[in-house]
Structure formats: structure tokens, C-alpha cells
Design a protein around this ligand. Structure first.
Ligand code: NAD
Length: 340
């Protein structure tokens, strides 16, 4: 099987080559992202392997189908960049539903601690032999209320971590589960009672800008916003406004609405055209990492293993438990009632 692999980074190659050899998949690594301009590279391949910022819209899907590609293998959990409705019945979309919820949840907590204990400031100061503590006062997490939006795999690990710190947890999920000791509340209450809000839901029409000027208005003064999920969950301009007005005490962002042409690339030495991002990064109480939360050795290995076995299993048996949409032609054939 030959798979065109888009948006390749050096850390992908090691793991995907290893698992490709083991499972009989030949990956051709392209550094460019998949989009309408680059889809021609996929000609002659049985499928494509894509990541979070590849564009898999209707035009790209149609072209892939014309080339005879059979699978779009996402090497990530989120699939908001794939027009899954358009793909239905035409091409199979596989994903990696879970590879290390710990990687993302631990990164969310790392960002939170860094920001509220001013570790990012202290690190720079002490490298300069400036051992002053002025301006570095933080606050205890113990006893604080954290609002968790989305209590799936990552949200639950994050909840466990927060409880380890002695925090009270309020949760909101469109499909609440029963998690011992976790109180599900309406969004209104979560916004008004949380000291910290962490986003762990997918990006959908429902969740687009779930943090916007209106929801921020309902939050406590000094609230800390953590987003390790998808950039467009947060209206970045509204967030910037709320930081300027001191409503938001700190923001920890691993994802950004307009990240696709910036994150994962070395842009140092370039003029930053994105004024909102530039302003956010300039704030002392904002920490931005560039979609790094997944990046642990364990996660990379799991991603390569699951993606490759998804592809191998699909070509062997023409089905895959990690297919996003069942291959039937009607909703009745849908697995788990989750068909699009
Ligand atoms: P998951 O599917 O296990 O959990 C998502 C949860 O969100 C589910 O409980 C679901 O019911 C809930 N949900 C769905 N619609 C909702 C809505 N409208 N409002 C509130 N909750 C809703 O997914 P996961 O593995 O926990 O991943 C969560 C998100 O994290 C992914 O969608 C992805 O965008 C993001 N992610 C980011 C990184 C990173 O590196 N920054 C890595 C992996 C995943």
C-alpha cells in the first residue's frame, strides 16, 4: 500500500517508517500541507495521511477520489479540517481517537501552573541573574474551582489531575457521563463559578467560539482560560479584549484560531502579520505554545502505530473500527448512531 503523507515533520518520519515497515505500508513523506494546490501529489497513491492543519475540503476529496485514493488517514483525534459529510460514501476517513490523553491533559496543567506561578517570567529572570521576586506572586490551585468543558478522554484525565490538586470540578458536556464526584452544570453556572476554565470538547458548529465576548462577560474577574483543544473554540479578539480590560487573569493557549499557516513552523525572523496573535503573545499573562500538547514520545509512537494499523486493517478487511463514518448508505447502518 502506498500512502502520501502530508505536512511531514522530522519527528513523524522515525515512527511512521518503523511501523510502515512492520505493517507493509509504504509512506511517501511530503513536507507540504494537503490543500487544493498540492492534492495532485497524491496521484498514484492508495490514500493520504494528514494532520490537523491539512485542508481536506470537498474539492480536495473529489480530486482524491478521481485519483482512486480509498482512504484519508488522520493521524490525530480531531477531524474539523475534513469535510466528513462530503466524504461520506466516497472515501473512507480513519482517525486516531486516542493516543495519549495524558499528553494533552498534562500539558494543559503545565500551562496553567506556568502561568499562575509566573514560571515563564522567573525562568528568564534567573537566567539573567535577576533573583528578585517582585511581580511573581501567584495563587494556590487548592480549593479553586475549575470548569471543564468536554469530559471525554482528555477532559477526564485533566479532571483527575485537578482533583489531585484539591480543586473543585464543575463540568459541562453535551453528552454528560457519570463520573464519580463530578458535578455537571449548565454553561451559565460553569462560567459564573469557575476560577479556571479548560476546554476539552471538539470544534463543531455548537462549540465554535464557545468562549466569546458574551461568555467572558459572565465569567469571574481574573478567570484563567486554558485551550488545548481547537483554536476556534475561542474568539481570539474577544479574549484579547477581556485580557486588556483585566476581566481575564491569564490565558494558556496551545491552539489558535488562525494557527494553520503559523504553528509547527519556524517563523522567527519573519514579520508577524497576525496582529491579534502578536498582541496576545506580548501580554505577560498569556502563554502560547504551538499545538504542542500531543508531543510526547508515547503519543507519537501510539499515533504511528494506530494510524498504520488503521490503514493496514482497512486494506485487509475493508473496515476499520476507527473509521469516522460507517460505510453504509443510510443512517441505519451507522455505527454507534454517530453517522453524519
Ligand atoms: P473525546 O471525543 O474523548 O471527548 C470529547 C468530549 O466533548 C466528549 O465527551 C463529547 O461528548 C464532548 N462534546 C461534544 N460536543 C460537545 C459540545 N457541544 N459541548 C460540550 N462538550 C461536547 O475527545 P478527546 O480525545 O478528549 O479530545 C478532545 C479534543 O482535544 C479533540 O476534539 C481535539 O480537538 C483536541 N486535541 C488537541 C490536541 C493538542 O495537541 N492540542 C491533541 C489531541 C486532541
Amino acid at each position: 500500500m502506498k500512502i502520501a503523507f502530508f505536512d511531514t515533520k522530522p519527528y513523524d518520519v522515525r515512527y511512521f517508517e518503523e511501523y510502515g515497515k512492520k505493517m507493509g505500508i509504504e509512506y511517501k513523506f511530503f513536507e507540504t500541507k494537503l490543500c487544493e494546490d498540492t492534492v495532485e501529489l497524491a496521484q498514484g497513491y492508495d490514500g493520504v495521511c494528514v494532520f490537523v492543519n491539512d485542508t481536506v475540503n470537498a474539492a480536495v476529496i473529489d480530486r482524491l477520489c478521481e485519483f482512486g485514493a480509498q482512504v484519508i488517514a488522520l493521524r490525530c483525534a480531531g477531524f474539523n479540517n475534513v469535510d466528513v459529510k462530503h466524504a461520506f460514501g466516497k472515501i473512507h476517513v480513519l482517525r486516531v481517537p486516542a493516543y495519549s490523553p495524558y499528553a494533552v491533559a498534562e500539558h494543559a496543567m503545565a500551562l496553567l501552573l506556568t502561568s499562575i506561578r509566573r514560571i515563564h517570567k522567573a525562568y528568564i529572570r534567573s537566567r539573567d541573574y535577576n533573583f528578585s521576586l517582585s511581580g511573581l506572586t501567584g495563587f494556590d490551585l487548592h480549593g479553586k474551582t475549575v470548569g471543564v468543558i468536554g469530559t471525554g478522554r482528555i477532559g477526564r484525565v485533566f479532571i483527575d489531575i485537578c482533583r489531585g490538586f484539591g480543586m473543585k470540578v464543575l463540568a459541562y458536556d453535551k453528552y454528560p457521563a457519570s463520573i464519580e464526584g463530578v458535578e455537571y452544570v449548565e454553561l451559565d453556572r460553569l462560567f459564573s463559578e469557575s476560577d479556571i476554565i479548560s476546554l476539552h470538547c471538539p470544534l463543531t458548529d455548537d462549540t465554535y467560539h464557545i468562549i466569546d465576548a458574551e461568555s467572558l462577560e459572565r465569567c469571574r474577574r481574573g478567570v484563567v482560560i486554558i485551550n488545548t483543544s481547537r483554536g476556534a473554540l475561542v474568539d481570539a479578539e474577544a479574549l484579547l479584549g477581556a485580557i486588556k480590560s483585566r476581566k481575564v487573569g491569564a490565558a494558556c493557549l496551545d491552539v489558535y484560531e488562525e494557527e494553520s499557516d503559523l504553528f509547527f513552523e519556524d517563523k522567527s525572523g519573519h514579520i508577524m502579520d497576525d496582529e491579534v496573535l502578536a498582541r496576545l503573545i506580548s501580554m505577560p499573562n498569556v502563554i502560547v505554545t504551538s499545538h504542542q500538547a500531543f508531543l510526547t514520545e508515547e503519543a507519537l509512537e501510539n499515533i504511528a502505530q494506530t494510524t498504520t494499523s488503521n490503514i493496514a486493517g482497512f486494506f485487509e478487511m475493508k473496515q476499520c473500527p476507527n473509521e469516522l463514518c460507517w460505510r453504509g448508505s443510510s443512517a441505519e447502518d451507522c455505527r454507534d448512531g454517530k453517522c453524519f
